[in-house]
Design a protein around this ligand. Structure first.
Ligand code: SF4
Length: 290
């Protein structure tokens, strides 16, 4: 990767809440993004440029019709790219195009816990965090929990969580049926809940829950009573939940029968959840955080 490659990239990158270019078409695994949920600039790492995921969520906003890159996921390439980006922040008082770095997040176009190099990468990120003295920068692992409790990952989570690490775990079902309908995975809801319990009893988790209207249904808070009960069961079973990010669709979903709840409906929903669940809830509307 030459300096010229990166220079061309900086001309292409435009940062904004509505833009989420992953840069994989430019053979890159690291991309800067303005993230609503991080509240600023995040350096994303795309561990799934092949767009493979263990879920097939109806609301997924990854464009799987676009040509899939044959980019290989290698820790060496990720570290080279991160060195480039972190060097820019270091030279510019922690900023890029006017935005401060909030976090480095492992996210991308699929499920990171299914990728072999994840534990090795997390350890490298902790090294870089120290080397560049990123005292306020978090390291966030986005996951749908499908392989969250794999044996080679669990010991590394100790290091992650001791170094401003966070686990942001997708959770928007309440039983096998809703899981099949929303997340459409071959894994069972029971197995996912076991994985969440295995990790969430030890470390506080952020739950990311997507709420939306399905097939033109009219909003009803009662629909989410079972979600409340499922979250309550997790808490009763010892899972530490530090935050729920309740969000609705902000971009075009894979199945257009899923449509964003309006701001009013999201407010109603979050009020309903907040009356029964004693966890802080952040609301993300179709047009962003208000
Ligand atoms: S888990 Fe994420 S990437 Fe995978 S299908 Fe669901 S929304 Fe898309």
């Amino acid at each position: 990767m030459t300096k010229k490659d990166f220079e061309q990239l900086h001309d292409i990158i435009s940062l904004g809440y509505s833009e989420h270019p992953r840069l994989s078409e430019y053979q890159k695994l690291v991309y800067p993004v303005i993230s609503r949920r991080s509240g600023g600039l995040s350096l994303g790492i795309n561990l799934n440029p092949d767009k493979k995921c263990s879920f097939r969520c109806v609301y997924c906003q990854v464009d799987r019709e676009k040509k899939i890159t044959n980019l290989k996921v290698e820790v060496g390439q990720i570290v080279t790219e991160l060195n480039h980006w972190l060097g820019i922040f270091a030279k510019n008082e922690g900023k890029y195009k006017g935005f401060s770095l909030k976090d480095i997040s492992i996210a991308g176009d699929g499920e990171p816990t299914t990728v072999k190099v994840l534990p090795q990468l997390l350890l490298k990120l902790i090294e870089l965090q120290k080397e560049f003295r990123l005292d306020k920068c978090k390291i966030i692992l986005f996951t749908n929990a499908s392989r969250l409790n794999r044996p080679d990952l669990l010991p590394v989570l100790d290091d992650l969580m001791a170094n401003r690490g966070e686990i942001w775990c997708k959770f928007d079902f309440w039983d096998e049926q809703s899981f099949r309908a929303i997340n459409r995975s071959k894994i069972s809801a029971k197995k996912l809940i076991e994985n969440i319990k295995a990790v969430g009893r030890k470390y506080p988790l952020t739950l990311q829950s997507c709420f939306f209207s399905w097939q033109e249904e009219i909003y009803s808070s009662q629909k989410y009573q079972k979600y409340v009960e499922q979250v309550t069961r997790l808490i009763d079973d010892g899972v530490k939940i530090k935050l729920i990010q309740a969000y609705t669709l902000a971009r075009r979903p894979s199945d257009t029968r899923a449509v964003a709840w309006s701001d009013t409906e999201m407010n109603q929903l979050v009020r309903f959840l907040g009356q029964q669940i004693s966890v802080r809830i952040e609301t993300f509307y179709a047009a962003g955080l208000k």
